[in-house]
Design a protein around this ligand. Sequence first.
Ligand SMILES: [Zn+2]
Length: 375
Amino acid sequence: MRYCKKCVLPDSRPNLTVNDDGICTACMSSNEKPKVDWVNREAMFQDLVDEVKEQKRNYDCVIPVSGGKDSTWQVVKALEYGLKPICVTWRTPARNGLGQKNLDNLISLGVDHLDFSVNPKLERKFTLKAFERFGSPVIPMHMAIHALPMQLAIEKNIPLILWGENSAVEYGGDDEKLKGMEITRSWLMQYGVTHGTTAQDWVGNDISMSELAPYHWPEEAELRAKNVRAVFLGQYFSWDPKLTAKFVSEHGFQAASDAVVGIFDFADVDDAFLMSVHHWLKWYKFGFTRTWDNLSLEIRAGRMTRTEAIEHLKALGDETPHKEIEMFCEYTCITRNRFFEIAEKFRNLNIWEKRKGTWQIPNFLFGDKVWIDEN
Ligand SMILES: [Zn+2]
């Protein structure tokens, strides 16, 4: 495992490579950001808006929203540009009070909204299956988040879908083709957090294709036939998590009292357990957590030094989200032992080594990290 010399990310992170000079693809991307002509990008967005508005449809765009800071930002921007959006939410089974409050706030900005709940019996089954098969319980979440807006755009003849940031740009993609303005099927396969699967891959004796309808991604040809374009707003307006959070706080968005996952109190505030479990599993799979992603963003933004980030990680220590794991077990009807048994299957043995009964990561960012197994 090699760490980037500029930030703290290891090359075990999916879609991230570290070059011969020791710099990761996310840091390379961020070097390109100041070179982007944002005035020109804004003009491109204005052209897109004009083009869409000319079509005089009932709705100009679909905005996928969770109620989080990015979705609030997307809505404010769309309204500023005079677009008429319809917002759609995949209702997380882990929705909390603050998530609902922020969603209500976003709707009150002046938009129509659909709160879509998937059959909870099916979703619970699918979530557990995804955790067992790939160690990734958020596959259903991501599949639905991407599918529902596309289905809605096709069904209601809406020409545009407005996404937030392009994670291939912000978190270190090594494929230049996926760093563009539009979200494509190849982007979804690589960055859609579905382990390259689509709904069809989850059909089995216990789950039928018709039950999986809310997770079905329309084909690109189908979207093209309906002239639906899906773009990343973060490619037209410079996206920075802290600045975005500050911007939306002026539009009623409320951060949590403490960071839920990682270091930002404005991230993942709408979810009581799924995202915490998802981000923490990266520790077994890749040897880092969400905190590392967040700290790396701060280093790139020049708000923190690499030394400070390392000190932060040292002081932090074990990040196991015990309460959230308990909630996840309750939701999927499994025991805590079963949870760790499954998680253990996904411990990456290219990274981890068992020494004297404890798990360690050799050549860790700051000396050998000792991991005492919970089981
Ligand atoms: Zn880096």
